[in-house]
Ligand binder design. Structure first.
Ligand code: NAP
Length: 504
């Protein structure tokens, strides 16, 4: 029998209801939540956009989207019938405030039908320049006055730099209370990322070692095989540092670096995370060239196909100075992490698609085995793989079977696929459900976003003010520019990768 959700009736308004994000992520996520019994008994999904659709036509579009992009494949007829009747459309041009009147009428219709407990969630899946307009219109039409029953979910990017992020926070704070604002970083909804909290704070084994006394260095590496594809226009104004490091990678770093929270309360966890960002060593302009590396891909071959260089992608300036790769060495200046480097790297058109966090432990204090026994010696490593493989592997030394004492590094592996039969939900399923439940734990607070911008601004300013003279500086299908290898090699380390079974 299908689970019954205890959630209050919910109206889910999606600005950008005809867009790519809704098509690939939001619509399939809402449908999957429905089939798994997590949607409220009474709910209404209202897609919006300038396009003119009847409810019936929009339902047809959403059905096609779900069939194409849901992790569960095609819909089942009876489930779809039940779900589809709750999908509606309200044509709204956010640059024409009067068009919000129609949306307000629709919302009020379902509020009346569902009763006074109804909550309304406004999801802003539109270009960021529309965020302020929408917030102001929601205020003008008194759609978010009840702070207990209305929320706004904001997609990334949250600001283009520190100044614009502050402006947006200020504007939002005049209209909404912080408890109404859900700033998405979809990485935080990923199963393996959430598991970081369980792993660190539900086991007594690791926490005593989780500090500068036992850890030598930490790497966070999020690499993509794909290029910018059709997103060249957007990416030109962003680059790897803004698109990935300011948000996803720094959030991962916070989860690795944070102190133990006293409870699983959203604000408590967000307090501990923001403390990490505040403890991070700011860069002086003259330190940037030794601590940060940028790159841009040239053409090359990926799986037998020739792919264009970044400057030849659609929507990209042929003389672009935008980085498609960034690697940065950070330090956290506190008792736990003083002196321990955190190397972050991310890039497009690299050799593998993978997101891994590697914690390299210090070497044993004294070697008792002969050099012949330890030819493949490797310090202990903990590798947390977020995607595509979802696993945690602890690499230890063990004796190879045989009459001689010969050591080998071996992996103790916790692999999601091998351990659980159940499918893991998509990050957006978790996040949409949390937004409906009013749980902000996996969403960014305003001060977190600003602290992350503050940290990366000196790098952004330096890179924007000085054109890179050697772009493009890495070929497609490589591991990025040589300078990124040098960044870490200078300290005696190298970047780790996971042997992948399948390339994504
Ligand atoms: P998109 O495919 O270009 O969709 C844009 C949406 O905005 C469309 O539904 C469009 O609908 C609507 N729109 C444009 N002008 C409008 C107006 N004046 N009034 C009302 N609606 C308008 O963009 P997207 O890729 O879905 O991205 C949306 C947001 O999500 C962006 O902030 C992006 O950074 C973020 N995001 C996207 C992804 C992704 O995978 N796509 C991932 C992470 C974050 P009409 O044309 O019908 O008006």
């Amino acid at each position: 029998m299908k689970k019954k959700s205890k959630l209050n009736p919910t109206i889910f308004v999606i600005f950008g209801g005809t867009g790519d994000l809704n098509k690939r992520k939001l619509a399939p996520a809402l449908y999957n939540l429905f089939t798994e019994g997590y949607m409220p008994e009474k709910f209404s999904i209202i897609g919006t956009g300038r396009t003119k659709f009847t409810d019936e036509k929009y339902q047809q579009v959403i059905l096609e989207n779900v069939n194409e992009f849901s992790r569960n494949g095609k819909v089942k007829d009876d489930s779809w019938k039940e779900f589809g009747t709750n999908v509606h459309y309200s044509s709204t041009d956010v640059t024409v405030p009067e068009t919000f009147e129609g949306l307000k009428t629709d919302i009020e219709k379902y509020q009346k039908e569902f009763g006074p407990e109804t909550q309304v969630i406004f999801y802003l899946a539109v270009a960021p320049n529309f965020f302020p307009l929408i917030a102001e219109c929601l205020c003008k039409y008194k759609l978010t006055e009840n702070e207990d029953n209305s929320r706004i979910v904001i997609e990334k990017p949250f600001g283009h730099d520190l100044e614009t992020a502050k402006e947006l926070n200020l504007l939002l704070s005049k209209i909404f209370t912080e408890k109404q604002i859900y700033r998405i970083d979809h990485y935080l909804g990923k199963e393996t990322v959430q598991n970081m909290m369980a792993f660190r704070f539900a086991n007594s084994l690791f926490e005593p070692l989780w500090n500068r006394n036992y850890i030598e260095h930490i790497q966070i590496s999020v690499t993509e095989q794909l290029g910018v594809g059709e997103r060249g226009g957007y990416y030109e104004g962003a680059g790897a540092l803004r698109d990935m490091i300011q948000n996803h990678l720094l959030q991962l770093l916070c989860l690795v670096g944070m102190e133990a929270p006293i409870s699983f309360d959203a604000n408590e966890i967000r307090d501990r995370k923001v403390e990490v960002l505040r403890a991070m060593r700011p860069f002086k302009p003259e330190e940037i060239s030794t601590n940060a590396v940028r790159g841009q891909y040239s053409k090359g071959w990926v799986e037998g196909k020739e792919v264009p260089g970044y400057r030849h992608e659609n929507g990209v300036d042929p003389h672009s100075n935008t980085e498609s790769f960034a690697a940065v060495k950070f330090f956290i200046d506190n008792w736990r992490w003083q002196g321990i480097p955190f190397y972050l790297r991310t890039g497009k058109r690299l050799n593998q698609t993978s997101s891994i966090i590697t914690i390299q432990f210090k070497d044993v204090p004294h070697h008792i085995f002969s050099s012949r026994a330890t030819e493949t010696w490797q310090q202990n490593r903990l590798i947390i793989s977020i995607q595509p493989e979802m696993s945690i592997r602890l690499q230890v030394q063990a004796k190879r079977p045989g009459v001689k004492m010969v050591l080998n590094p071996v992996d103790m592996v916790f692999d999601y696929k091998g351990t659980y039969d159940t499918d893991t939900p998509e990050a957006y399923e978790t996040l949409l459900l949390d937004a409906m439940n009013g749980d902000q734990t996996l969403f960014m607070r305003g001060d977190q976003v600003e602290a992350a911008w503050e940290l990366v601004m000196p790098i952004i300013n330096t890179w924007e003010s000085k054109k890179s003279l050697n772009f493009p500086n890495y070929p497609a299908d490589s591991w990025g520019p040589e300078e990124a290898e040098a960044l870490i090699a200078r300290d005696g380390f190298h970047w780790f990768t996971l042997p992948l079974k399948d390339k994504e």
